[in-house]
Ligand binder design. Structure first.
Ligand SMILES: Cc1cc2nc3c(=O)[nH]c(=O)nc-3n(C[C@H](O)[C@H](O)[C@H](O)COP(=O)(O)OP(=O)(O)OC[C@H]3O[C@@H](n4cnc5c(N)ncnc54)[C@H](O)[C@@H]3O)c2cc1C
Length: 458
């Protein structure tokens, strides 16, 4: 290496951007100038921890899949091990037909392995149809992609889609299973179907993960804010806040970014539509490849309820309540945070989060705070009977919160990565590529930063 100081930029200060900056620091060393440019006045993007009811509460993502290694490893690297906590191990319920039901067992994102899995949740005709499904002729195109709702409704009927699959799968993407493709959302199922499963039932059985010991989810005791701060400290970046990058073009030896100027290389960690706008002129093939990725908006209403007798006895001993599609309820899900997380159970208040809005149905997201809080209280009363005045509440809107992995998503991602791979000194990363969850974002950021570091230091 020459004595020249390497300068790189990370556009976007969500978890992907912060991890990318941290990895760049690790790989480029203390001398490199690493700039994070963030459009808003805070880091975190869809991760946000706010004070509520006497302590920190996450109002965006509130957990991560602990069976993937990325986040736990990151927590370890940053010396935050004492922050790592796991849920109490309770299951969520499903609100369907005006009643609470146990979560179906033996399903893949709500798609049952047999009729018994969804007994009690769907009617007798549907159960008979699932039981008969293995003997029905089955056709599967091992090249094309279809939406999950079409696949499941065609084999098991609409009730399974609306009462079992939508609440589980839709919760991950903030959409209905109509807008989510099988191949990206359920790769193990697609693989079983591609390798010749003779029915959907057989494919689900083949794709069910083998039960493994250890908790499925984890989180940080004091919220994701702790991880964001530690990442920022470790990355030691130059920070440009409240400054959306508005232009990106090649210049001699690198890239020119409005408003920060020349850098040797850049990682774009902004959501897909923002990335498309940024590269429309300088990398039109990359922009075209990502143009069809849409986002879903939602709102989270976090309630701190008094720990009186009504709350203690009324809130079920479950981690949450997922809502079937078509119910006369505004909320699409509740997280019963104080039941789900032992570290929140010791607070003086009972914490509940209600979620509103989904892909194609986002009007509710812009309702005034007071209306959303009133809706959350009324919906909670409907499903649990608990009618109490919150001691505190927080409304968080997530415009463009989650990318939709529509049918054909894997082809779009392959095209994005092929186009980006041909562009010198520019990398893309984020929730629209290989998974919307925080672990997938961490992995995406690490891959992008490693590629860029090799490029600019080489
Ligand atoms: C309500 C909700 C609940 C969720 N729950 C979970 C969960 O429990 N577990 C889980 O694993 N995942 C969850 N997710 C998903 C996960 O939180 C997100 O996918 C992830 O945080 C996305 O991180 P990111 O950094 O890629 O993108 P973002 O968080 O979107 O960050 C992108 C950043 O780029 C900035 N930006 C945009 N344009 C520009 C520009 N032109 N210039 C500069 N900056 C720009 C934005 O302001 C933002 O800060 C949830 C998501 C939502 C919305």
């Amino acid at each position: 290496m020459t004595g020249r100081r390497i300068s790189v930029a990370v556009v976007g200060g969500g978890i992907t951007g912060l991890v990318a900056a941290y990895r760049l620091r690790q790989q480029l060393g203390a001398d490199a100038e690493i700039t994070i440019i963030e459009a808003e006045s805070r880091f975190g993007g869809k991760l946000r921890t706010v004070p509520l009811g006497g302590g920190p509460v996450d109002v965006g993502a509130e957990a991560f899949i602990a069976r993937r290694p990325e986040v736990a490893e990151l927590i370890g690297e940053l010396g935050l091990e004492e922050q790592l906590v796991h849920p109490a191990g309770r299951q969520p319920l499903i609100w369907s037909g005006g009643h609470l039901h146990p979560l179906p067992t033996r399903t893949l994102m709500g798609i049952p392995a047999d009729a018994q899995s969804v007994a009690g949740l769907v009617d007798a005709d549907t159960l008979a149809r699932i039981a008969a499904e293995p003997s029905e002729p089955f056709e599967w195109d091992d090249v094309a992609d279809i939406d999950v709702a079409t696949l499941v409704a065609g084999r098991f009927g609409e009730q399974v889609v609306r009462r079992s699959v939508d609440p589980l799968l839709g919760g991950v993407y903030s959409g209905l299973s109509d807008s989510i493709g099988v191949r990206a959302a359920l790769p193990a199922l697609a693989a079983a179907l591609d390798s010749g499963a003779t029915s959907l039932t057989a494919a689900v059985c083949a794709a069910l993960p083998t039960p493994s010991p250890g908790p499925v989810f984890g989180t940080l005791r004091d919220g994701y804010g702790t991880l964001l701060e530690a990442l920022r400290d470790a990355a030691d970046p130059r920070v440009v806040m409240d400054a959306p990058v508005t232009g990106l073009r090649r210049d001699e030896g690198g890239w020119w970014l409005e408003p920060v100027g020349h850098v040797d290389g850049v990682v774009l960690t902004v959501p897909a539509p923002n990335m498309v706008r940024l590269v429309a002129e300088s990398a039109p093939r990359l922009a075209a490849a990502a143009r069809d990725i849409e986002l879903a908006s939602s709102a989270v209403v976090a309630l701190a309820l008094p720990r009186d007798n009504a709350t203690e006895t009324g809130i079920p001993e479950n981690s949450g309540i997922l809502v079937a599609t078509g119910e006369s309820l505004g909320a699409k899900a509740f997280t019963l945070s104080s039941r789900k997380w032992p570290h929140l159970a010791t607070r003086d208040v009972a914490l509940v989060r209600a979620s509103y809005g989904r892909f194609g149905d986002a009007a509710v997201v812009d309702a005034p705070d007071a209306d959303l809080i009133a809706m959350a209280r009324a919906d909670l009363e409907t499903v649990t009977g608990v009618q109490v005045e919150p001691v505190d509440a927080f409304v968080q809107r997530w415009h463009g919160g989650l990318p939709q992995y529509a049918p054909g998503h894997l082809d779009r991602v392959a095209a994005i990565e092929a186009a980006a791979g041909e562009i010198d000194g520019l990398e893309v990363a984020g929730a629209y590529l290989h998974g919307v969850g925080v672990p997938a974002c961490v992995e995406s950021a690490t891959t992008a930063a490693t590629r860029l570091a090799a490029r600019v230091a080489g």
